[in-house]
Design a protein around this ligand. Structure first.
Ligand SMILES: Cc1cc2nc3c(=O)[nH]c(=O)nc-3n(C[C@H](O)[C@H](O)[C@H](O)COP(=O)(O)OP(=O)(O)OC[C@H]3O[C@@H](n4cnc5c(N)ncnc54)[C@H](O)[C@@H]3O)c2cc1C
Length: 481
């Protein structure tokens, strides 16, 4: 083997995964076909659950220290969603994807992992022990596992002939990074009478400290083929149609047309090859979910591959990646479809759609509805099935562990080493946990909670009212003697 895991693609999914693999002590190679990092901002926002996961690895503070990354309000179908403070200690942050990619690339380099650029994967073959990848320059590399983090047009997915069902794009809209005069400083969505609309979000500042914004425009007559270049006149015309002369374009930094294609891989696992991020699911970038879902795929998969390579993975652990993440991806596609309809992105002004939107907007003012939608969009609603702990009805089971303060140390800080954590406030489980040292850190304090077992990705997999032994075996394999 040349390496334990080959990660194809150095976007946010691939680099998050590489960090998880290094944390798990697994040798990793990351390749990308680009000779240098893309300068395109693409995603503009990081959701609560992704922020929590970064915090659990000690990466959140250094990421936020890279610049001005304001807290912003999320939305569902254009209706703003304040984040309820009970679950959202870390509310939505405006951090452009380009900043996240730069941060991860530097962080990985500091750990000794340098991305192999100009490395385009063109072929792969797998057998019982590993995967052989071949590159455009004729070289090849053999690994135990390969992860396709190579984006929506994934070469790996094509080479596998993996089913990628869904709907092709039927319309395009414009997404642009701009400086504007006269625009509302916060996030906003505006529709006009004839079906044209504009959405705007803060994107931090440019190198001279001036506020940048993500502007999204659509409506009748604006859906041109994806490859058609976006001109300054397109942006000016779109702004004029929606805002009249109130909002003016000062500078256009970058723009592209994006489609509403919606597809999801049928299987995320193909033997020793795994699909993650946009390689596994594509949809309209609505409500800041694509990059976030990909990074959360990586957090889910990283420790499981680490366990498999290190030899302690229980039977079936790698299959839980598909079992847990496929429903999450499907739910994202579903909510994007619903938002796209309610927002009337096609600009149809269909009276039935407008009526549904009016009723939805009223409903979305109810605190319970806001809380439900905020949890849905932020990833905080994700609850994984925990089969080994079926007997327990603890409300935390399967959910992200709350970041409890355990008298001077937070639970998220305990997860930094990428191992499981057993909160054992009454020191009752020392002997049963002893065989799992190195995989699970037992912490003899808690107080704010009963005993909890937390996976390396921060999800509660056991909660104190059933036998601990089976849960430890379910997620952490056989005890060492
Ligand atoms: C305008 C816009 C706005 C968006 N806004 C948001 C947002 O606010 N929040 C959000 O969460 N998401 C947003 N998204 C979606 C987000 O950008 C994507 O979901 C994200 O880029 C997916 O990350 P990834 O790492 O899976 O794939 P990618 O970022 O596509 O990275 C794939 C990498 O693989 C490399 N690669 C491809 N093929 C090969 C090959 N054969 N060999 C080697 N390397 C290869 C590519 O060069 C690339 O670097 C937005 C997207 C757009 C276009």
């Amino acid at each position: 083997m040349d390496t334990d895991v080959l990660v194809v693609g150095a976007g946010p999914t691939g680099m998050t995964l590489a960090n998880e693999l290094l944390t798990a002590g697994v040798s990793t190679v990351v390749v990308d076909r680009l000779s240098r990092r893309s300068a395109l901002s693409k995603a503009g926002g990081v959701q609560s659950r992704t922020l929590e996961m970064l915090d659990q690895r000690g990466l959140l503070e250094p990421l936020l220290a890279t610049g001005d990354h304001p807290v912003a309000t999320g939305h569902f179908a254009g209706v703003p969603l304040p984040h309820p403070s009970d679950r959202h200690r870390l509310p939505w942050r405006s951090v452009p994807q380009v900043v996240i990619e730069g941060f991860f690339e530097d962080h990985l380099a500091a750990l000794g992992l340098h991305i192999r650029r100009d490395h385009e994967l063109v072929g792969l073959a797998q057998d019982g022990t590993g995967v052989t990848a071949t590159f455009a320059d004729g070289t090849s590399l053999r690994s135990r596992y390969l992860v396709a983090a190579d984006g929506g047009h994934s070469t790996v997915r094509s080479l596998l002939r993996a089913a990628f069902p869904g709907e092709p794009g039927t319309l395009t809209i414009i997404a642009a990074d701009v400086r504007l005069d006269g625009a509302d400083p916060s996030a906003s969505h505006t529709w006009n009478e004839d079906g044209h609309w504009a959405a705007m979000f803060p994107l931090g500042t440019d190198v001279q400290g001036r506020p940048l914004r993500r502007l999204v425009l659509g409506g009748p007559g604006m859906s041109l083929p994806r490859e058609t270049p976006v001109t300054e006149d397109d942006i000016r015309d779109g702004l004029k149609t929606v805002f009249g002369s109130r909002v003016q374009l000062l500078e256009l930094c970058y723009a592209r047309r994006i489609t509403n294609a919606s597809r999801q891989a049928e299987q995320y696992r193909h033997g020793r090859v795994f699909l993650a991020g946009d390689a596994a699911h594509v949809h309209l970038p609505l409500g800041a979910q694509g990059m976030n879902t990909g990074m959360q795929d990586a957090f889910n998969l990283g420790w499981k591959l680490g366990a498999a390579v290190r030899g302690w993975a229980p039977t079936g652990l790698l299959d839980t990646y598909h079992a847990e993440r496929h429903p999450v991806g499907a739910a994202v596609l579903r909510n994007v479809r619903a938002q796209s309809l309610l927002m009337d992105w096609a600009g149809t002004r269909d009276p039935e759609v407008l009526a549904a939107r009016e009723i939805f907007t009223d409903l979305a003012q109810l605190p319970d509805v806001q809380s439900h939608l905020a949890n849905l969009m932020s990833g905080m609603a994700v609850r994984y099935p925990m089969p080994g702990a079926a007997a327990s009805s603890d409300p935390l089971l399967g959910l992200p562990v709350p970041d409890l303060d355990l008298g001077g140390v937070r639970v998220h800080e305990l997860l930094r080493a990428g191992r499981g954590v057993l909160l054992d406030p009454e020191d009752a489980y020392a002997s049963v946990a002893a065989g799992f040292s190195g995989r699970v850190d037992r912490v003899g304090r808690g107080g704010a909670t009963g005993p909890l077992l937390v996976r390396p990705d921060g999800y509660v997999c056991w909660a104190g009212s059933a036998w601990l032994g089976p849960a430890l075996r379910e997620w952490f394999g056989e005890p060492s003697v």
